[in-house]
Write a protein that binds this ligand. Sequence first.
Ligand code: ATP
Ligand code: MG
Length: 231
Amino acid sequence: MSDPIVQLKAVSKWYPSDPGRRVLDGIDLSIAPGERFAIVGPSGCGKSTLLNILGTLDRPSEGSVIVAGQSMDACDEPTTAALRGREIGFIFQLHHLLPQCTALENVLVPTLAITPRPDPAEAAGRARELLGRVGLANKLDSRPSQLSGGERQRVAVVRALINRPRLLLADEPTGALDEDNAARLIDLLIELNESDQGHLALVMVTHDLALANRLGSVRPLREGRFVTESL
Ligand SMILES: Nc1ncnc2c1ncn2[C@@H]1O[C@H](COP(=O)(O)OP(=O)(O)OP(=O)(O)O)[C@@H](O)[C@H]1O
Ligand SMILES: [Mg+2]
């Protein structure tokens, strides 16, 4: 079996404001290439904290995070950011698109942040192709204010994928969408996960069990620990 993309070993997290409470409590987790699963649990159980640690946006209080075989424990922020930019894409509940930029320009933003810098013409070609694939070929020059909520979130998906990450992390990606658009977005994420010959792993956080079940594998989180019983 190939090496995991991200591995957590005995990861715990607590905050200085409440050091007695473990928001995450001894989490072991391994994400294999091409794998997909959902993390579900009630508000405050630690889902976003866990996803941010998986994505190296936050660090654990205790335990180890290993990305692409490399321990992040003693890794400085520029090195961590470089690895993150290459290996991991993020989608959040709110799209966080730049309002003054077009859909195409928004998608290209992450290509400016990695080294070696991709060839601009090639990156623009890939951005156009991906935007076409999610049904936005005729919206390349639209600004976020000219797009629907579902369209904006699809631009955010393409932006997350532009650097060909091996892991896509999604935190309540459908939280701001109506039911139809939510279902469509989940279908798109599943299709992207399945179509890339096992290149892209997908981890989605949600409190919506029905949406989580569509991914086919669900891991319930309660008070900072994975539990086996269903919610
Ligand atoms: N910076 C912080 N300082 C102190 N406590 C925090 C901080 N960030 C998060 N927490 C606490 O950690 C717990 C877990 O938060 P987290 O955001 O991971 O929950 P969640 O499962 O994503 O919830 P939701 O479904 O509402 O998004 C919460 O009780 C929260 O108040
Ligand atoms: Mg959250």
